[in-house]
Design a protein around this ligand. Structure first.
Ligand code: NAP
Length: 483
């Protein structure tokens, strides 16, 4: 059952993802979708909407139309309790027609203020099947705007669904290379044996966007980069990088370790938050508008479009090894990457006085998440010139463009996981709660301090303060613009 079936997410992402699952045979005969919204349309019109959204996805019209024939529409206002009777009748009818065994997925692709009310009405209006089939609830982001609102939402959801029935979408967890973090760490002795504060100097996570707020100004100005990117995507990536090895590669064990990691993340006091986090807002240059001039943004907005921060874990593995994170809009390029900077050898035996040798570099493992998918390892080697000089060389594996194109998109993976009942790549409530508790402290400090905005130019890598954050620790970002 899809709530918000005529919306942007459904038509741009969810129908194409479901079509891929259909093409690959992951869903075939035994599936039906009831789309709902307040639109007054019938099944035929709805199928046209679905097919139109798939125009670029496949040239196989017959297969697309077979796929669309599994879609049914019920006009429905989620706030009107009496409307749920139609949904119930339709789901019982389709359950029989497609032999679904009572298995139901409720996907709420609507504004977050509806999440709680839909969950409640599904339960009170008896939409949850009770004949042995599964009931699973899929929730889009954002999950609250601080800990208190997230907890309230979670309480509402928990009144109707068990935690293992709730799938909180964080589409970054559906990305190929985010999932690869676990393979790289736990599948390779050469990394996992060194994956701690004895051998790693610092870890850097960068989620850079080159666009501004575009059409999302209304939403974005109420949110800002801290809530929009750090609380969810970045905290999820950090927890995968920081967690201990799970007992087994299964959702309950992985979640347990991610939560343990997040709980040992130091929640900052006012002084620490002011020192360890910096924010920015883009200015204008040439034809590129400054943030405060964007349509829908108040002229005196203090919403941050950039965040950089230092995260510290107070645990045996990571004490003393900072994680630096940054994300922002209108930056130099669009990419996501993780740089793991190892410590340099304690003694550099190659650095003879007057030899002209450059000092050894730190080994850096870079995980390219997007747009390139792969990783590289920078190692020191002897160069081939006369004498004995070392130089950094790069061992690199990048997926070729064909393989990248064939890689399942996040929503395809995540919907498939929901159907399998695998919660590995979804955010559990304890993870969400810990992430909010950390982020709320930064927000509290920022809400009482007046920023000096705008403070960075489009096409840069953010404000100077983001570089100073690392310079203070005698470090620098691995990815920087060539000046
Ligand atoms: P949207 O385009 O505004 O779609 C909202 C849908 O909800 C429409 O189908 C709308 O249809 C329906 N709706 C609104 N009020 C309703 C009501 N009272 N009863 C029944 N249906 C109602 O929103 P969206 O962009 O698809 O976003 C959906 C969710 O995904 C949000 O939580 C958003 O934060 C999240 N998300 C979206 C994107 C994206 O790229 N769009 C990305 C990440 C996350 P009617 O008006 O006809 O009722």
């Amino acid at each position: 059952m899809l709530f918000g079936a005529t919306g942007d997410l459904a038509t741009r992402k969810l129908y194409p993802a479901m079509l891929k699952l259909y093409e690959k045979g992951n869903i075939r005969e035994h599936f039906a979708v009831i789309g709902t919204s307040r639109h007054k349309i019938d099944d035929e019109k709805y199928r046209e909407i679905v097919e139109k959204s798939l125009a670029k996805e496949s040239s196989n019209k017959k297969m697309v139309s077979e796929f669309a024939s599994h879609f049914y529409f019920v006009t429905h206002d989620v706030t009107n309790v009496s409307h749920y009777a139609n949904l119930k009748a339709k789901s019982e009818e389709l359950d029989k027609k497609y032999s679904l065994g009572g298995n139901r997925v409720f996907y709420i692709s609507m504004a977050p203020n509806f999440f709680g009310i839909v969950a409640k009405n599904l339960k009170t209006q008896h939409l949850l099947s009770d004949n042995g089939g599964f009931n699973r609830l899929v929730i889009e982001k954002p999950f609250g705007r601080d800990f208190d609102s997230a907890k309230q939402l979670n309480d509402e959801l928990s009144a109707a669904f068990e935690e293992n029935q709730i799938f909180r979408i964080d589409h970054y967890l559906g990305k190929e290379m985010i999932q690869n973090i676990e393979a790289i760490r736990f599948g390779n002795t050469i990394f996992e044996a060194l994956w701690n504060n004895r051998y790693i100097d610092n870890i850097q996570v960068t989620l850079a966007e080159n666009l501004g707020v575009e059409e999302r100004a209304g939403y974005y100005d109420n949110s800002g980069a801290l809530r929009d990117m750090v609380q969810n995507h970045i905290m999820q990536i950090v927890s995968l990088l920081a967690m201990e090895q799970p007992v087994a590669f299964k959702d309950t064990d992985i979640r347990q370790e991610k939560v343990k990691a997040l709980r040992s993340l130091r929640v900052y006091n006012v002084a620490e938050a002011s020192t360890n986090f910096v924010r920015g807002q883009y200015g204008g240059v040439g034809n590129s508008k400054e943030y405060r001039q964007e349509d829908g943004v108040p002229k005196d907005s203090n919403t941050e479009t950039f965040v950089a921060g230092k995260l510290l874990f107070d645990n045996y593995r990571w004490s003393g090894t900072p994680f630096y994170i940054r994300t922002g809009k209108k930056l130099a390029d669009k990419f996501t990457r993780v740089d793991v900077v190892f410590k340099k050898p304690l003694v550099d035996i190659f650095s003879f006085p007057q030899s002209g040798s450059t000092p050894l570099n730190a080994n850096v493992l870079t995980i390219f998440i997007e747009p390139n998918q792969g990783f590289s390892l920078m190692v020191n080697a002897k160069n081939s010139e006369q004498g004995f000089h070392t130089e950094p060389v790069n061992l690199q594996f990048l997926e070729d463009s064909k393989r990248t194109k064939e890689t399942p998109q996040p929503y395809e993976r995540l919907i498939h996981d929901v159907l399998k009942g695998d919660g590995t790549n979804f955010a559990s409530w304890p993870e969400v709660a810990s992430a909010w508790k950390f982020v709320d402290q930064i927000r509290r400090v920022w809400d009482i301090q007046q920023p000096m905005f705008p403070n960075y130019i489009p096409g840069s890598m953010g404000p100077v303060s983001a570089d100073e954050l690392l310079a203070r620790d005698h470090r620098e970002w691995v990815y920087k613009l060539n000046k």
